[in-house]
Ligand binder design. Structure first.
Ligand code: AMP
Length: 440
């Protein structure tokens, strides 16, 4: 038997409703903030990620899926979304568009060769957003507000937004020098990875999961203390806008994030829910003012975030999120071989008219058919047998009210539509009997 690759998973038909509901919420909130969807390829040339994410990051140095294609070029399955979006922004000259600020979002699979565990996969889904063209701290605040609104829309409450600033070039360079001077005498006491990071990417030492309580790190200088006045003002303004919007956050002076391209604001959203286990960071993001230029575009600033959708679904599990309700408007029971052609025609007319409808394809007895009605959560059951055919009639049962009627078979579609239009106590959005998801 073939098995799925390690670190991957199947979304089975019983689970896809949750994904649809999650993606629907994401798309709705994206509309509120005026971000439009962008779809870029899953594979890109390898150099793109080396240039953007950074050679020394864990993602590029240890985790990418690379392969040489038949034209002998190195390709990489995207490990994150920003690089491809920036490539597309430059290649399609979106910076020359009438709109000075381009706001986009994406939803799609990413690939990282990581050690799989709950909430960490080798193929996983991210929802990310990027805004290009303005260095205003208003845009940093908007992107954080947008991320928080997604969680609000999903009713995920127990979260913390952690925020920090790395500043721009000058601040980052001054901080890097100070950090290296501070760490130098004790570097051999830190883990092997940190010793390598000291040479390649010293900022990453700050968020090392192994050494985070080591005194040399606890006492290490923090990026925030090396911000130039201008960069400090930028950060203060971001905080002021968040305060004005009543968005809670905590300042985490050790937050640096794992990707090289960040400048100024960096943030993460942590959810405090049992179902998440150790992987409780559900969103990460920040500003990247020089990434567009470093990938060959003009000097255009940007800011963005990415959510891990599996982790969002785990978070939703703990609040008993049900996803899109699964139901049928009609289950048509065709009794007898001679009725099948007519039955198929009726079924198809109902479907073309917009009804969710199905039949039994297995010629099961009545008991088996009723089991399917239950399984599909069908609202109406219509029975079409030899008698019905002879009389041009059809019997319909409303599973919600228990009422049964016999009508002309030509009225099947109209009857169901009319019944569905009747006001009831049922949820008006999805017609389910009682629905917590659609009700505000
Ligand atoms: P990053 O692109 O590393 O900033 O990650 C952004 C978000 O994607 C994280 O906060 C996680 O929610 C999610 N994420 C990152 N790596 C994985 C993974 N291997 N499996 C599942 N989710 C992930």
């Amino acid at each position: 038997m073939y098995q799925k690759m390690k670190g991957t998973y199947d979304v089975l038909p019983t689970e896809s409703g949750k994904w649809h509901a999650l993606e629907k919420a994401i798309r709705n909130v994206s509309k509120l903030y005026n971000y439009k969807e962008i779809r870029t390829p899953i594979i890109e040339y390898t150099e793109l990620f080396h240039r953007s994410v950074g050679e020394s990051t864990d993602i590029v140095s240890k985790e990418t899926y690379d392969f040489i294609d038949r034209g002998k070029r190195s390709n990489t399955l995207r490990p994150e979304g920003t690089a491809g979006v920036v490539r597309s922004y430059i290649e399609n000259k979106l910076y020359a568009d009438k709109l000075p600020v381009q706001k986009v979002y994406y939803v799609g699979p990413m690939f990282r060769y990581e050690r799989p565990q709950k909430g960490r996969y080798r193929q996983f889904m991210q929802f990310g957003a990027e805004a290009f063209g303005s260095s205003s701290p208003q845009l940093d605040a908007e992107i954080i507000a947008y991320a928080v609104s997604v969680l609000k829309a999903l009713k995920i409450k127990d979260v913390t937004v952690r925020l920090n600033s790395l500043g721009d070039h000058d601040s980052k360079a001054a901080y890097k020098d100070a950090l290296m001077v501070h760490l130098k005498p004790s570097i051999t006491e830190l883990c092997h990875d940190c010793q390598t990071r000291y040479e390649t990417n010293p900022l990453r030492i700050l968020d090392c999961k192994i050494d985070n309580n080591h005194p040399v790190l606890v006492e290490a200088p923090k990026p925030m203390d090396y911000l130039t006045e201008e960069d400090a003002n930028h950060f203060d303004a971001v905080c002021d806008y968040l305060d004005a919007m009543n968005i809670d956050y905590v300042i985490d002076k050790n937050l640096v994030r794992g990707l090289d391209y960040y400048t100024h604001t960096v943030f993460e959203v942590e959810a405090h829910l049992e179902t998440l286990g150790a992987q409780n960071v559900i969103c990460g993001g920040g500003r990247y003012d020089h990434l567009v230029k470093s990938l060959g575009g003009p000097e255009v600033p940007g800011v963005g975030f990415a959510f891990g959708l599996e982790r969002l679904l785990f978070a939703l599990e703990s609040i008993q999120f049900k996803g899109d309700p699964q139901y049928l408007h009609l289950f048509l029971m065709i009794l007898g071989e001679e009725q099948k052609a007519d039955g198929m025609a009726m079924l198809n007319r109902c479907r073309l008219g917009g009804l969710f409808a199905d039949i039994d394809f297995m010629d099961r007895g009545m008991k088996g058919k009723w089991k399917q009605v239950e399984h599909h959560n069908a609202r109406f059951v219509a029975i079409y047998g030899a008698n019905e055919k002879a009389n041009n009639k059809i019997n319909i049962k409303d599973q919600q009210s228990g009422e049964e009627v016999t009508i002309s078979k030509h009225q099947l579609y109209n009857h169901i539509v009319a019944e569905l239009m009747k006001p009831s106590h049922a949820c008006t959005s999805c017609e389910a009997d009682s629905c917590d998801d659609c009700e505000e």
